[in-house]
Design a protein. Structure first.
Length: 174
């Protein structure tokens, strides 16, 4: 493949980051003008940038975008706990947590299913999760204490990393 040249994209702010991109060239990340960062989505077809906002807290960040432009990441609620979200163009949908104070959506599949990590009650973990559009399921670990789901495909096959009983980090397929 021919290398492409670098170009800076800073959608209306002094600081920006991009974490996910799809085949159409839509990308997502976080943007700030010196204050708290907000998640954004950039649509390549028309150059439109959308600030995805928060759930009433200060900060949000987007990490994954699927082929249809749906987005996942996290957004703060008023208590400043962070909740995973899904965005389909009509506002953020709060995916909740596995009982702790933090969840982060890391990837979103073609059907809108989201994977990531969330703390359990007592803020144990985090553990990898799968959200099917209705509820969040704990995917567990490989015998250790932490895991994170980082990718999902059209058949809901999930990949990520988890610790085993010896505390070593290992890739997993679920």
């Amino acid at each position: 493949a021919t290398p492409r040249s670098w170009r800076s994209v800073s959608p209306g702010a002094s600081i920006s980051s991009a974490y996910g991109i799809n085949a159409r060239g839509d990308f997502v990340g976080g943007v700030s003008s010196g204050g708290p960062a907000h998640a954004y989505r950039y649509l390549a077809a028309n150059g439109m940038v959308t600030d995805l906002g928060t759930f009433g807290g200060t900060t949000s960040q987007a990490y994954g975008v699927n082929a249809s432009g749906s987005v996942t990441g996290f957004a703060h609620v008023p208590s400043q706990d962070a909740h995973a979200f899904r965005y389909d163009g009509a506002g953020l949908v709060d995916l909740g947590t596995l009982g702790g104070n933090l969840s982060i959506g890391r990837a979103i599949g073609p059907t809108g299913h989201v994977v990531g990590e969330s703390y359990l009650p007592g803020n144990v973990g985090p553990h990898a999760f799968f959200h099917n559009g209705i509820s969040m399921a704990d995917l567990g670990t490989l015998g250790g204490s932490v895991s994170s789901a980082l990718g999902i495909n059209a058949t809901d096959t999930i990949v990520g990393e988890a610790t085993n009983a010896g505390g070593e980090s290992r890739a997993f397929v679920h």
